[in-house]
Write a protein that binds this ligand. Sequence first.
Ligand SMILES: Nc1nc2c(c(=O)[nH]1)N[C@H]1C(S)=C(S)[C@@H](COP(=O)(O)O)O[C@H]1N2
Ligand SMILES: [Mo]
Length: 426
Amino acid sequence: MSDDDLRQEGGTSRRDFLRTAGLAAGGAVVGAAAGAQEADPLITEVQEWASATGEGVDATPYGMPIRFESDVVRRTVSWLTADPISSINFTPIHALDGTITPQGCAFERHHSGAIELSKDNYRLMITGLVDRPLVFTFDDLMRFPRENHVYFCECAANSGMEWAGAQLNGAQFTHGMIHNMEYSGVPLRILLEEAGVKPEGQWIFVEGADASSNGRSIPMEKAMDDVLVAFTANGEALRKEHGYPVRLVVPGWEGNMWVKWLRRIGVTHSAVEAREETSKYTDLMPDGRARKWTWAMDAKSVITSPSPQMPIRHGAGPLVLTGLAWSGRGAIERVDVSLDGGVNWQTARLAAPAQKFALTRFYLDIEWDGRPMLLQSRAIDETGYVQPTKHQLRAIRGLNSVYHNNGIQTWAVYENGAVENVELDA
Ligand SMILES: Nc1nc2c(c(=O)[nH]1)N[C@H]1C(S)=C(S)[C@@H](COP(=O)(O)O)O[C@H]1N2
Ligand SMILES: [Mo]
């Protein structure tokens, strides 16, 4: 089972949203300030939680989110694939802030389920066109110099269900096949140099220890550049579902190359030989030809709040618009936000200087007048590339693609604060 099985259902286009927007029930309290003066028993009276002691430090050896946050979890869409072992779940990006994705809610994509592989049983082999074929234990890997980097990992199928029209009502589902973590690992270059790559070794073929093996080819130039053989994410060991004990991290490139439970690296001759073995990830064009070699993820962004799962609960007045932007070709340079479906644009504030191949958080602080909005965000990366509209993208790629949908997302915000996934007419 591969990502090719991700099915698109006949797009429930919501082109007539403008009419419904006009009819949406009112209820916005115009002019309400963020903060009130009246006496509130929650601040004036002694509460139950202040009248007794809380839990001791021995209660929770490994912490979990408090129960009030129990809806901030990965979710699946049941019709995507036939079986959960070959499926995808989605990061709750609508409910997170900052840029780091906690491992416990970082999306998962498996072709044959998450396996349990111990450090003791772990081996990594480097074979093929090398001077010294090598097999490393986990402890061997720990003796090589390490680096730390924050990188996003986006499945090429992220937003794939939206090609034919607005379909899934939530940023989690439209854009949640992405996570962003801080990895510690050994640069792959160091291990390849240890094995001694022969001059004719131009590609590597990487495989995992799971039944699917998820074999993928990577050009030597990338392998020698910034690819990491990683064993921690956000400071702790990789979770089972992200490839414990070791996964490949391929910055900026599509998630399917980030091989989990990394087992074998074969150094091979030519691009063609290596790529033909596994050229599964292609983008079908309207004329029947297919785009291949589409490894880097193009610049993309999405407003995470407000969004369908994060309606506006407070009526008119101060409103924080926020979202995420990223590019597999370099750092994010600028993010623009539109409140009127792309007619006018304002430059958003980046929460921190953008880092190459990592998620960038943006904010736009506005005074909402309580009227309907058509929210969009548009990412621009350091190469000057501007995130296209969905219409611009479809004009080139047609409707048959699954992968690499980086078109601009539109959220319709209604007067009552509800938010819906919509598409604009061209
Ligand atoms: N061994 C192995 N590696 C794999 C896969 C797999 O099924 N097996 N899935 C790939 C795909 S398609 C994606 S998008 C990423 C997802 O990584 P995650 O599960 O940590 O989010 O892992 C990639 N690496
Ligand atoms: Mo993927």
